[in-house]
Design a binder for this molecule. Structure first.
Ligand SMILES: [Zn+2]
Length: 340
């Protein structure tokens, strides 16, 4: 190890569970973080500081002021610029660990790009806010035998589980169907930032165990912990289930994109239009939209205000339309102002 690296990681090399060999393995590892909001930004920060050599950060969203209470990688300047979270995260990490490689992707993880975005990584971490993406990650992970760690936080509780295909139960073994409407989100139930940090800290510790190869110490339970009520629950996750559609019968319906709806984002009165995959010249679009409302853009996103709607358009053609939960209204706005 180079002398400056020796110094940087000295305190965790001293930790017996990691040591010189574990640190070398961390520096050689390649990890994807899907979603870089609250949980994702803590995961990214912890793993980048630990010296995970390559981090691929995938996020579809941009920074807003309501994120700053818990999304610890971001600041007011990021929110003022509506900077995509993947880009803002990459810049922040470069400021505290310039020796690792961060590969940001401003896009939505969908069946069509899952192989490309997740290919080549040895571990996938969950920083998403929705079950649809988690089932997609689970399909990819089981199909390709890549471990992943489910992690979520809402209200005052954290929940997490390690999924090692072939060895442990998968997400579908535990939740055969999406909890769907019954599940609360951070926008409907509110959230404690400490619950986010707890979920991400536990997941990051399990990630480090996997990356240094300490299989013995991996937790084999679905763990939840409520920080407000001081309640802890653990359910033994068990082995892959023969009757599980995903890992038992190997039917990867999410990866096949069956029945994929147009996503309504996390309770924010907004709809994402994501089935257009075409590059958009944001400068050119900005000139066009000026005639219809107020517009602002940078190299990554364009914001267009047309009362009562606010449209955020990304360079890959994706859009998030605020002010409605009606996909038909969102589609028609998109068609009218961006094109069909
Ligand atoms: Zn399963």
């Amino acid at each position: 190890m180079k002398p400056e690296l020796d110094e940087r990681y000295s305190r965790q090399v001293l930790f017996a569970g990691i040591g010189q060999e574990g640190q070398r393995r961390l520096l050689e590892s390649n990890v994807a973080i899907v979603g870089c909001g609250a949980t994702g930004s803590v995961l990214a920060s912890l793993l980048a500081r630990s010296g995970v050599g390559r981090l691929r950060i995938i996020d579809r969203d941009y920074v807003e002021s309501s994120n700053l209470q818990r999304q610890t990688l971001f600041d007011e300047a990021d929110a003022a610029q509506s900077l995509p979270k993947a880009i803002a995260a990459c810049r922040k990490i470069a400021g505290f660990n310039s020796q690792i490689v961060v590969d940001p992707h401003v896009c939505d993880l969908i069946p069509e790009n899952a192989e490309k975005l997740l290919g080549g990584v040895q571990l996938i971490l969950d920083g998403t806010d929705n079950f649809e993406t988690r089932y997609l990650v689970n399909d990819y992970a089981v199909k390709n035998s890549v471990p992943w760690i489910y992690a979520a936080a809402v209200h005052s509780y954290a929940i997490t589980m390690n999924i090692v295909p072939g060895d442990t139960a998968c997400l579908s073994c535990i939740f055969p169907a999406s909890p769907g409407g019954a599940i609360e989100t951070c926008d409907t139930a509110g959230i404690l930032n400490s619950a986010v940090n707890l979920a991400a800290s536990i997941a990051a510790a399990e990630a480090v165990k996997m990356l240094v190869g300490d299989k013995q110490q991996l937790r084999r339970t679905l763990l939840s912990y409520d920080l407000w009520r001081n309640e802890r629950a653990e359910v033994f996750a068990g082995k892959p289930r023969l009757d599980c559609r995903t890992c038992g019968q190997r039917e990867f319906v999410y990866l096949a994109g069956e029945g994929r709806p147009h996503i309504t984002l996390c309770g924010r009165n907004s709809v994402q239009i994501h089935d257009r995959d075409r590059p958009i010249d944001l400068g050119h679009m900005s000139e066009r939209l000026k005639l219809h409302g107020s517009v602002r853009h940078n190299e990554f996103v364009l914001k267009f205000w047309k009362e009562p709607f606010e449209m955020t358009l990304f360079a890959d053609g994706r859009a998030i339309i605020k002010g409605t939960t009606d996909t038909a209204v969102a589609r028609s706005l998109y068609a009218r102002y961006v094109g069909s």
